[in-house]
Write a protein that binds this ligand. Sequence first.
Ligand code: ADP
Ligand code: ZN
Ligand code: ZN
Length: 735
Amino acid sequence: MSAIPRYLRVAVPSPLYRHFDYLPAEHTDITRLQPGVRVRIPFGRRDVIGVLLETAAHTEIAAAKLKRARRVLDDTPVLGEDMLWLARWAADYYRHPLGEVVQALLPAPLRQGKAAELPDPCSWRPTAAGIAADLAALARAPKQAALLQALRQHPAGSDAAALEAAGVTRGAALRALVKRGWAERTPPAAALAGAVTIAAASVPLNAAQRAAADTIHAALATFQAFLLEGITGSGKTEVYLDVIAASVQHGRQALVLVPEIGLTPQLITRFCARFQHVALFHSGLSDNQRLATWLAARDGRAPVVVGTRSAVFVPLKNPGLIVVDEEHDASFKQQEGLRYSARDLAVVRAQRHAIPIVLGSATPSLESLHNVRQRRYTRLNLPERAGSARHPSLRLLDIRSRPLDEGLSDLLLDAVHRHLAGGGQVLLFLNRRGYAPTLMCHHCGQVVQCRRCDARMTLHGDRRLLCHHCGAERSPPAHCEQCGSADFGAYGQGTQRIEAALTRHFPDAGVVRIDRDSTRRKHSMEKLFAGVRLGRHRILVGTQMLAKGHDFPAVTLVGILDADQGLFGTDFRASERMAQLIIQVAGRAGRADRPGEVLIQTHHPQHPLLTHLVGEGYGSFAALLLAERRDTGLPPFAAMALLRAEATGAAAPRVFLEAARTRLAPHCGKQVQLLGPVPAPMERRAGRHRAQLVLLAAQRSLLQRALAAALPELDALKEARRVRWSLDVDPAETH
Ligand code: ADP
Ligand code: ZN
Ligand code: ZN
């Protein structure tokens, strides 16, 4: 007997671990409703937008309590079968309420109930000539120059609203640029992915690239995960372009995920040069621009979608291939709300779609290397730099008994001299912004602390103290709180201080600093990089912003000022991250045909991790770390989850986690370890006390089962009302 559906089962934006049943609105033909359409429903005292999961013949809700939906918003589902499946999968894996996961999958306008349609916005983009043009030629036409610069920021096209937001005028300036052949209308998205013209590759692939690309070609239309390993400059991007072209030629769409900082105009330009139309999806776009990409991808009009983390939720009508560039990058992990890993979800998606996925990196995550060893992923290797560039050589500088000037050893300063004299550029890396990380009383040694965090304040310039954890800001105190002395000293170095010291040593080198502070203003990063490429700046000092995405072909020396930070970090991933950062920064050296030199300052030149990394390379270093993780039973050899709690009071988080532990314990048995609760490594942050409970299991399924059984109970605990708590499955950081 087939029962007639009478109820709507709806995913509601709510933190509750359940779905909700409704009666259909009056005059709705419920048999014609497809899962994935949006419905407006009364919820509590408000109306909210939910997504229909299914229609049901039965409900457990008492008839008197059932409410009626107000109306259905869509004729066709906004979330198709695949995306609903992905939402369910993610809700299950991350133990997150399905209603919130479904919300995370929708672009903002759809969450707000706006129509799932957009007129194709008329947009403009620079031509290849416009990208190559020297802005100096427009010195007398500042409006054109400003417009061209704004257009270059978005090689895939800017619509009128975006240009207005950038504060540039269009009108006559735009007509003039078009006349010069420097700007053009962005061609309308191809009606179907298959109808795209693809430009020929600018360089033929070398043998290693060809072999890698052929292996991936052979897997098109089946699920297979590839780890494409190759140092910076080995030509991974050319391999992506080649296999994407093959997929698009078959009428299939490609989704490319890149780290937040990797989505540079250079990269977009390369993709645009190859494919007529590239749809972008990242946080720098307006809600409507993102919606336009989302709809075009869903309807099969976008052959190639390039985006950051959240682009993993962009629906594809004809999926053909997924690429995750710099798969080790931490920005693929969402750190609040639904704490998903875009890389991991991308693999899950590829499996569901039965298509190949390519994870690329010079410094693969231990997770992916482990998956290769388990034969879940296929490793493809690009051992050499493409073209004529050579490997940089890495060397440790023992600075234990060397004279240091603001953290710069004489050895390093000599090398800078040598490279500048030889006509090279120099890149110095220090992952600490500001002037100095500590302001200390000379008299009693008291350090100026943030009042809201267990952390010291960082000195910026000479009259501003900033907390890098909560953003608190104040001026340096006149007197020490402990002893009353007025004598303070700045200890340690930040990028500002290094910049000042280098300017003193090399006044003619045009020292430039690149970090979050110096690039805060719109387009300022592009301007600084342009100055570097033109040779105006011969020394660059910066943070990890320098580590990816940008090429500095004339850089011949890379100096890493402090390699020791990562050796003794509290997080179990600290040394993995340190090595990745060092190798990524080192990869900036000698990209063209000049040999690069990489010098690493350390107080621990005999530390086995450092000597291994420098002597044997990343692969061997990673093998060492993997052995260590296996011996200590940490990921990727175990599944981990972290239950976090925070509150303004010191006791509440601990009390809640103790109660949570009591609830979890019976479901954990011997197979799932419960560690803690313990205070978070930085216990107080932004005025809130934080504690955590770690769950660790050799078998993921056991961990998942324990969480599934216990989590719904945690919300009901009375101790839960005093804290904010969250669950992080596969945490990227344990603090
Ligand atoms: P990766 O993505 O691994 O950093 P890219 O694909 O960006 O490497 O290539 C680095 C540089 O080498 C680019 O300038 C690219 O144009 C060039 N290149 C890549 N493949 C080849 C090749 N087969 N022959 C010559 N040059 C190449
Ligand atoms: Zn003092
Ligand atoms: Zn603070």
